[in-house]
Design a protein around this ligand. Structure first.
Ligand code: 5GP
Length: 189
């Protein structure tokens, strides 16, 4: 997606540890027009996938996910992140290691928002090592639902995420693929 790449080039800040900061349009302030274009692109890519629900993880996945959901006319549910939680029977819970925070947290979704028969499109802002997407996919499976696909706004293709998701047989579509962040420069694949 050319517009997204331009935004990344213009506003992206490369931090230590291969982290890209895009807080002017995605991770803090949100560019709603760009999010709608992102939604349109995901809608086009997954239109034939019979999606019944969009799922993401709070907080930065919510903006692109809700735009996609609006265009697909399906509900969007976001997994909540919790530090630690006593087991609750009304929740699906998975442990996910956060690449940026370097800590494990729990992601939870209420059982009432996922059902067997749902075809779930997972959307997230970034793909690094695939932990967040795989955690969400495990929740979808626990619910007896199916992963219809995985849509990623910015994929860091120098990390292992795509390979892991493909190994599980998931379809992965990303809108910008970053091949390297070496020397503080964003290089697209
Ligand atoms: P993964 O779970 O694939 O290792 O990492 C993806 C998750 O970590 C995303 O939900 C995203 O919030 C965060 N993340 C990973 N890499 C980056 C990055 O370079 N920049 C930002 N802003 N978030 C990232």
């Amino acid at each position: 997606m050319e517009l997204l790449k331009q935004k990344i080039k213009q506003d992206g800040i490369v931090l230590d540890g291969g982290v890209l900061k895009v807080d002017t349009f995605l991770n803090h302030q949100v560019d709603a027009e760009l999010m709608m274009e992102i939604g349109r692109t995901f809608d086009g890519l997954f239109r034939e996938s019979r999606v019944t629900k969009i799922m993401t993880v709070e907080s930065s996945g919510i903006a692109p996910a809700v735009m996609t959901a609006w265009l697909m006319r399906v509900p969007m549910v976001f997994a909540r992140k919790r530090k630690s939680l006593t087991l609750r029977e009304d929740l699906y819970t998975e442990r996910v290691y956060s690449y940026t925070k370097q800590e494990e947290s729990e992601v939870t979704v209420s059982r009432k928002f996922l059902s067997p028969g749902d075809r779930v499109l997972i959307i997230d802002d970034f793909l690094a090592n695939g932990e967040a997407a795989l955690g969400m996919a495990r929740i979808v499976q626990k619910a007896g639902a199916e992963v219809a696909g995985i849509g990623i706004v910015i994929e860091k293709s120098f990390q292992s995420g795509r390979g892991k998701l493909l190994e599980h047989g998931y379809r992965v579509e990303s809108l910008a693929r970053v091949a390297s962040l070496d020397s503080g420069e964003v290089v697209f694949a």
